[in-house]
Design a protein around this ligand. Structure first.
Ligand code: FMN
Length: 193
């Protein structure tokens, strides 16, 4: 069932549909030491029939080691035209090359197929975050096959548990909080901005 926060988020996405940057969001994870780690990623849509947000990433990137220890993440997403902020907290599910679930594996493959050659090639680049490789040939890789994802290619799902929506326009501003309870039901409440 679609969560109640999906409608305002869908409205914001629709209103910003001609702005590619509206699909960039910030994803925070937690380091093994308990520190925050934050970065920009691209929203790749929702998984069908779920409230899970899809992101793609490299298995060798820092966020993967972090979420394997602490499988929690928070997204912060600002829509500049409508002046709204959505914060979505929840668990992170990694779909890597060795993930056993066939449906998730199929989804990983479909998203890989839809990427551009340029986007796919990045997964064949040298190890992200390692000392800079100055050999031009290291980055001039042949585009990988669209049919089979490279081992480095991961699908990452955020399953929201708490959502905080702030609307700056309005006098005063509006803010709502949504919390999913143990039965999966979403409680929602208007709160002070
Ligand atoms: C506009 C923009 C979009 C990005 N999209 C992604 C993305 O979809 N997936 C990703 O893993 N990194 C993406 N990055 C790079 C990340 O911000 C980050 O540098 C990289 O994932 C390594 O982060 P980590 O070491 O914390 O894992 C993007 C960066 C920018 C500026």
């Amino acid at each position: 069932m679609l969560a109640p926060w999906r409608s305002p988020l869908a409205r914001a996405l629709h209103r910003h549909r001609r702005q590619p940057q509206a699909r960039y969001l910030q994803l925070a994870t937690v380091t093994p030491e308990g520190y925050p780690a934050n970065r920009t990623v691209v929203f790749r849509g929702f998984r069908d029939e779920t409230n899970q947000l899809r992101i793609v990433t490299d298995a060798r990137s820092g966020k993967i080691a972090q979420l394997l220890q602490q499988p929690w993440g928070e997204i912060c997403w600002y829509f500049s035209e409508s002046r709204e902020q959505f914060r979505l907290f929840g668990s992170l599910v990694l779909v890597a090359q060795d993930s056993p679930d066939p449906a998730l594996q199929q989804e990983r493959q479909q998203i890989w197929q839809r990427l551009s050659d340029t986007a796919r090639s990045q997964f064949a680049w040298p190890h992200p975050g390692a000392a800079r490789d100055h050999r031009p040939e290291s980055f001039a890789v042949a585009p990988p096959e669209p049919t089979a994802p490279l081992a480095e290619f991961c699908l990452l799902l955020l399953e929201p548990q708490r959502v905080d929506w702030l609307e700056l326009c309005g006098e005063p501003q509006n803010r709502w909080r949504y919390v999913r309870d143990a039965t999966g039901y979403w409680q929602q409440a208007a709160v002070n901005p």
